[in-house]
Structures are given as structure tokens and as C-alpha cells.
Design a protein around this ligand. Structure first.
Ligand code: SAH
Length: 424
């Protein structure tokens, strides 16, 4: 994730406009990584003018990998992306093998994950042969979009660039699939799509709240009056607008809310309800149980979020119960289930064995085993990371496409990963 401090008045302006609280207080509660530039609800709540430091962090550097601030599952093992590739094909098959297939990834990092998924698509070319596949990447980082382009296209065909257009870059992957880049999900064409968000929702800004005898109070960041170059947390003296995101029956005494996540889940849900497809979300998080999860990472070590803002990755766990609430009524949701369970159901053990058997080099075997341990060990990523899916209601109820020839009633096939993988 990333950083907070911005020296401006963003949320305070929003607060003042709402006429609720005139605190001289501070920039924003907490802002994690960079957030989408044009999503409704969050616009008033975010510190728009305060993002330049954030942009500095995200736009100009590659913060992923061993030399960066954090490492993600696709960077650890190719098996991760391969199994996700199988998940998308399995869902595409289960929902009637549409003739068009838009693979949309939010926050694609270095492009490693989508690259591994596309390799599976190529290997299963005979299954997908009549399908018109395209890739759509939603990325705000100039630096990372260049890295993604290199990963996916290997510069075989020159890229088309237009910084002014919502589609700011276009190219063709090395396997011949058209790929386009956007800064905002709203600009992605609304065709039949399968969406992927891996370690994306944790980058979005959160508002922190604490319960006080006077009611919920938002946590702001302030300059310590005793030490001028030191930051500190303070409580807003009165109610602030983001309080609307807190449930009336909330029992925790400290919570983090993420309006941007709500806006994006609503958009994904609307699209899936309208055109079918599915969304797969994977992130570290909880099901509405945790309280204070905001923290910083720099060079893979925990980092005090108030020190040297702009140099560290800031993160807060994703609240999946909030995502589920935002999808309710529009689409069905599954999960969250742990990464361990999801990957086990997807057949990670079988895939590991195949790769181990294929390899003659001890160092490669070692790497595969270490990667497996990192992804699956409950003390590492196995239980901290969760999978969550959005699906059209018909997918779970059984639609026309799932009619069994000998049955008069439709049946719904199990959703891979959330139950054991079943090919049909
Ligand atoms: N999914 C990748 C990378 C995760 S890091 C992986 O698993 O390896 C988060 C990614 O989200 C980065 O690519 C970052 O540049 C991008 N990002 C951050 N804020 C974003 C936003 N508001 N909209 C789109 N992408 C964003």
C-alpha cells in the first residue's frame, strides 16, 4: 500500500462543505495506495489535492518484488496465476462459453499475474478456440503500466499511446491478444467480462473511526505541536461524513471504512448483473471482525506510518463483509475463504507435483517448494489472504445454459475454488 501524508485540505474541505465539522485538523484520516480518479461517492471524501505525494510513490516506482517494499503471490510462484487462469476458464465454461471474453484486471502490478493467466489460456487454446479474448488493465501507475506492457507484449508490436484518452495505451500480447490500459474501471467497455482484483482493494483509501462517549469520531493526522516535524493521530472533534459507512449495529470500537471499495464493488456488481461474467477478488482481510489494521511496509519490514510519509507502502486489511454488503441485491457473492482452501480446491498439489516431476534441477525444485510453502502455509499467506467472488444470481441458481439434457430443471455446477474443482 502506500502513503498518506498530503499537505492539503481535501477531506477537511469535504467536511466543511457538508457543514458538519470545522476542525482545523488534518489531512485525511488515512489514505493508503493511490485511488481511482473518478469514482462518485469517494470523491467528496477523499483528499483530491493531497495525492501528489501518493502519486510520487506509485507513479514513479516499482514497489513490488524482493527489492521493493512488498512481494505478491504471482511474484512468488507461477502456480498462483496458472490456477487463477483455470478458475476463469472454468467459470467461462460453467456460464455457457460466451463468444467474447474480456479479462479485466484492476491494479495489475508488473503484469506477472495476467501473463501467467494468458499462458494457461494459450495452453488451453483448443478449449477457447472460438472465443474472442481481449485484456483490459486498470492501472494508475505510469511506471507499472510500462512494466506490464513489457511483460505482456515483449515489444513485439509497437504500443499505441494517447495520454489524453481514457484508453491511454493499447497493444497486442505476445500470444496475439489485444490489450488496453485505462485509469478507471468506468472506462472499460461493458462487454461480457471476467474481473480480477488481486491485492488491489487494500490500496484504496480508508477512513479510520473510533467509538467515543460522544459517538463515532474519525481519526485524523496532525502535526505534533510539540515537535514540528513529527506527525500524530488526533480525533476529529465532531462527526464527519464518512460516518455514513458505519453500520448502525456495529459492535467494534475501532473500525476502518473504505468508500472507494464500495463504489468499485457496486460498479462490478452492476456490470456482472447486466452482462454476466464474474469477479474474483483476493486480498488480505477479514470478515468484519478486525479493528486497527493500518500499517506501513518499507523494504519488507513494518514501518511506522507517521514516519517519512511518501517513502513507505501503507496498507489496511480489506473488510470483506463490507464488500459483500455492497454487492447484495445485485449479484451473489461467495467467500471469503482462505487462500489455502481456495488453492487446495483448485488443485495446487497436483500442479506442484507435475512441475516437480518435470524439473531436473534441484534449485528449481527448491524454489517451487518454497513458493508453495509461502502461498499455503497458514502462518504465511495461507490464512491471511482470502478469496471472494461475485457471480450473477443465475450462476448459483442454475440457468438455461446449465440445463442437463436428462433433467427438466436447471442445475448449478459448483464454483471452482469455493468447492473442489470439477471440470464439465
Ligand atoms: N495485482 C498485482 C499488483 C498489486 S499492487 C499483483 O498481485 O502482483 C497494486 C497495484 O494497483 C499496482 O499495480 C498499483 O499501481 C495499482 N493501483 C494502485 N491504485 C490504483 C487505482 N486507484 N486504480 C488502479 N490501479 C491502482
Amino acid at each position: 500500500m502506500s502513503v498518506l501524508v498530503r499537505s492539503g485540505v481535501g477531506p477537511l474541505c469535504a467536511v466543511a462543505r457538508a457543514g458538519k465539522c470545522q476542525s482545523p485538523g488534518i489531512p485525511v484520516a488515512v489514505e493508503t495506495r493511490e485511488a481511482p480518479s473518478s469514482v462518485g461517492v469517494s470523491r467528496g471524501l477523499r483528499a483530491r489535492g493531497l495525492t501528489s505525494t501518493l502519486k510520487g510513490y506509485y507513479v514513479h516506482r516499482d514497489m513490488l518484488g524482493e527489492k521493493g517494499d512488498f512481494i505478491t503471490s504471482p511474484e512468488i510462484s507461477q502456480i498462483f496465476g496458472e490456477l487463477l487462469g483455470i478458475w476463469f476458464i472454468s467459470e467461462w465454461m460453467a456460464t455457457g462459453k460466451s463468444t467474447a471474453f474480456q479479462l479485466v484486471e484492476l491494479g495489475p502490478g508488473r503484469g506477472t499475474l495476467v501473463g501467467d493467466i494468458l499462458r494457461v489460456f494459450s495452453q488451453l487454446g483448443s478449449v477457447l478456440k472460438n472465443c474472442d479474448i481481449s485484456v483490459h488493465l486498470v492501472e494508475v501507475s505510469q511506471k507499472l503500466s510500462e512494466v506490464q506492457a513489457l511483460t505482456l507484449t515483449e515489444e513485439k508490436v509497437p504500443l499505441e499511446r494517447n495520454a489524453e484518452s481514457p484508453v491511454y495505451m493499447k497493444g497486442v500480447t505476445k500470444s496475439g491478444i489485444p490489450v488496453s490500459w485505462y485509469r478507471d474501471l468506468h472506462d472499460v467497455p461493458k462487454g461480457h467480462s471476467f474481473y480480477l482484483a488481486h491485492e488491489f482493494f487494500d490500496v484504496l483509501p480508508v477512513h479510520k473511526f473510533q467509538k467515543t462517549p460522544q459517538g463515532w469520531r474519525e481519526v485524523f493526522i496532525d502535526i505534533d505541536p510539540q515537535v514540528s516535524d513529527k506527525l500524530r493521530f488526533v480525533l476529529a472533534p465532531c462527526a464527519t461524513p464518512a460516518e455514513v459507512f458505519i453500520q448502525h449495529d456495529e459492535t467494534r470500537d475501532h473500525i476502518e471504512v473504505c468508500p472507494d471499495a464500495g463504489v468499485i464493488i457496486e460498479e462490478l456488481s452492476r456490470r456482472i448483473a447486466l452482462t454476466g461474467g464474474a469477479a474474483l477478488v483476493a486480498d488480505y482481510g477479514h470478515d468484519g471482525t478486525k479493528t486497527d489494521t493500518f500499517r506501513g511496509f518499507c523494504g519488507h519490514k513494518l514501518h511506522d506510518v507517521l514516519i517519512a510519509p511518501g517513502t513507505a507502502d501503507l496498507t489496511a486489511d480489506v473488510d470483506f463483509s463490507f464488500l459483500r454488503r455492497m454487492a447484495q441485491g445485485k449479484v451473489a457473492s461467495l467467500g471469503p475463504i482462505t487462500q489455502h482452501t481456495f488453492l487446495k480446491n483448485m488443485g495446487i498439489d497436483v500442479r506442484l507435483k507435475v512441475l516437480l516431476d518435470k524439473s531436473n534441477e534441484q534449485s528449481v525444485k527448491q524454489q517451487l517448494l518454497q513458493g508453495y510453502d509461502m502461498l499455503m502455509n497458514p502462518k504465511k499467506m495461507g490464512e491471511r489472504f482470502n478469496f471472494f467472488a461475485l457471480l450473477p444470481h443465475q450462476r448459483l441458481q442454475g440457468g438455461r445454459d446449465q440445463m442437463n439434457a436428462r433433467q427438466s430443471k436447471p442445475f448449478a455446477s459448483p464454483v471452482a475454488g469455493f468447492s473442489e474443482l470439477a471440470w464439465q
